[in-house]
Ligand binder design. Structure first.
Ligand SMILES: [Zn+2]
Length: 336
């Protein structure tokens, strides 16, 4: 009896709440997704990406900086899709492209309810075009940003109106799942899944990601909801001297170590799996853009000595990645 009540509250907009307080995947997650995707590429195209792995790795969090720090109004809607708001049942009823979505719902609705899958498709078109024309800066910028949005699409709560558990009394679960847990456990994750695949149908691949992410929403909420009922507040959170849950630098409550541990166990590898898939799919999308662009040799865009200098480091990092470790950069943790 509980569920319909929640849905009706959601639909009435009573609990509508800005997405702006929420980061996606956190710094650890996004940087590792983009760096991992570089190392998953086949060598013929991966060399150019590796030459620029610093840029692509750092740029992975820039879309969130545009949203939160620069307060770019056009940015927010690209990071999520509130499927419930669109009355989502199956993808067949959803507009296939951004133009169709605009025609069906209008700009204001898209701005409110999110455009993530359509934006990914648009970025793919632009990236393919940039590769075709060998426009170096555009390739790097678009590829890195695309990695961010594909990463977001693997975070289940980016597909739901209940994006921070605000409709179910679970505020803070978003950053808990995508940022605190990877900060705590990410170094033990196996993030190499498989070699790249060519994507024959981008639209289908995009919705496959959105669908499978969305199917995880109920589980990740239900598991924590039960834990929340079973544990008093001082067992759920690290408590501050004022007797309230302590917050991290972004204002998200810090969950207690034991609580985080149990939640992570009960999720049964969900966070690790979603990160691994985000890496795999980011590499697949980049690879597909490159194939569709006619497999251009992108290393001609770099001085030869840079490529020569990086070759042995690339081989080493690729080997380490396939053995389970992503190396080559340091990252600040969001939850200290
Ligand atoms: Zn994002």
């Amino acid at each position: 009896m509980k569920k319909p009540k929640i849905v009706s509250l959601l639909l009435s907009g009573v609990l509508a709440c800005g997405v702006s307080a929420v980061f996606a995947w956190g710094t650890w997650g996004h940087t590792h997704i983009n760096k991992g995707a570089i190392l998953a590429l086949p060598k013929e195209m991966g060399m150019f990406f590796f030459n620029h792995s610093d840029f692509i790795t750092e740029e992975s969090t820039v879309p969130d900086i545009r949203k939160h720090t620069i307060n770019d109004k056009a940015e927010g809607t690209r990071h999520y899709i509130d499927l419930e708001r669109y009355g989502y049942k199956t993808r067949a009823e959803m507009p296939r492209t951004m133009d169709e979505a605009l025609a069906k719902y209008g700009k204001d609705t898209l701005n409110k309810y999110g455009i993530l899958p359509w934006y990914i498709q648009d970025m793919m078109v632009k990236l393919t075009d940039a590769m075709k024309n060998k426009r170096k800066t555009e390739i790097l910028f678009l590829a890195a940003d695309l990695g961010h949005y594909i990463g977001d699409a693997h975070m289940p709560l980016h597909t739901s109106i209940n994006h921070d558990g605000q409709a179910t009394g679970q505020e803070g679960i978003h950053a808990f799942w995508e940022s605190q847990l990877p900060d705590m456990y990410g170094n033990s994750y196996r993030l190499y899944g498989s070699d790249v695949h060519y994507i024959a149908d981008i639209e289908k691949a995009t919705w496959d990601i959105i669908d499978s992410s969305h199917r995880l929403v109920a589980t990740l909420l239900r598991v924590e909801d039960k834990m929340r009922r079973d544990n008093p507040e001082d067992k759920q959170y690290v408590m501050g001297p004022d007797g309230k849950p302590k917050k991290n630098k972004y204002g998200s409550p810090i969950h207690a170590t034991e609580y985080a541990h149990v939640y992570h166990e009960l999720l049964n590898g969900m966070v690790e799996r979603q990160m691994r898939l985000a890496i795999e799919h980011t590499a697949d999308f980049w690879y597909t853009a490159w194939v569709n662009a006619g497999k251009p040799d992108l290393t001609v865009l770099d001085p030869e000595y840079i490529t020569e200098r990086n070759k042995p480091i690339y081989s080493e990092e690729e080997k380490a990645f396939k053995a389970g470790k992503i190396r080559g950069f340091r990252v600040d943790k969001d939850f200290q």
